[in-house]
Design a protein around this ligand. Structure first.
Ligand code: ZN
Length: 251
């Protein structure tokens, strides 16, 4: 079984389209949350994910954009984008988003796999460092926990006393690239596929991952997309300019 894992699409339709095209065939699609917020195509991204994903975890932006939570705690740019998204989304899409469950979720037919937005222990927690990863890895009875939220592709793993950070290695700034992680028996993993629509690891290309349960591997991918079109939509929608500019920087 091949699972396509997407996170933090953030209303970036151009990035989502490029990812779906590059992903090739897969058996299931898991969405780790934040389908909307920041980008200018919330309806289109929700509709594509609604029709394609078998499992969805809600993200903190999803929660605010569909009106389940207030934007208190969001910075002014994120708040402005969330308010715009809330108005822009159709009633059907808003209702769908509001019904997306909080993680952690356990996909059927994949024992040992957990899906979460932030941490499996707290949906709003950012797992940025080994210190952040410690608790979830220690307490998890699962083999692989897929997380999003930080918009940083990679992850952490633990095998008895050994701890490692995982950073995919790429060679070019603008091409389609992938990096394979072979999974080891007895190791527990926290894996972030990266952000489809607003990467923050200084790589502007859309990020995603594919988990292959037979090959026992996770392949991280980066794919260029029509950046100018995504930026143009943000500017035309009169969303904060910063949201268009940061896409080029990948941060
Ligand atoms: Zn996000």
């Amino acid at each position: 079984m091949r699972a396509l894992i997407l996170s933090d699409i953030h209303g970036n339709l151009e990035a989502l389209n490029a990812v779906l095209e590059a992903a090739g065939s897969y058996d299931v699609l898991w969405n780790l949350g934040d389908v909307v917020g920041y980008g200018a195509s919330p309806n289109e991204t929700v509709e594509r994910i609604r029709s394609l994903a078998q499992m969805n975890v809600r993200g903190n932006h999803d929660r605010v954009c569909c009106g389940l939570a207030s934007a208190v705690g969001f910075n002014p740019v994120a708040r402005a984008a969330a308010m715009w998204t809330q108005k822009e989304m159709s009633e059907v899409n808003r209702a769908w988003l509001a019904a997306v469950p909080q993680g952690p979720l356990h996909p059927e037919g994949f024992p040992g796999i957990v899906l979460a937005h932030g941490s499996p222990l707290n949906e709003d927690q950012y797992i940025l460092t080994m210190r952040d990863a410690w608790g979830p890895l220690q307490q998890s009875g699962t083999l692989i926990t897929f997380i999003g939220h930080t918009h940083l592709q990679g992850g952490f793993c633990q095998h008895s006393e050994e701890w490692h950070e995982l950073h995919p290695r790429y060679e070019t700034p603008n091409e389609v690239e992938s990096w394979v992680l072979d999974l080891t028996q007895g190791t527990r993993y926290l894996i972030n596929p990266g952000s489809v629509g607003q990467p923050r690891d200084h790589d502007w290309r859309a990020a995603f991952a594919i988990y292959d349960s037979e090959a026992e591997s996770i392949t991280f991918h980066r794919v260029p997309y029509d950046l100018t079109a995504a930026q143009g939509r943000i500017l035309m929608a009169e969303l904060p300019e910063k949201l268009a500019l940061r896409l080029r920087e990948g941060r």
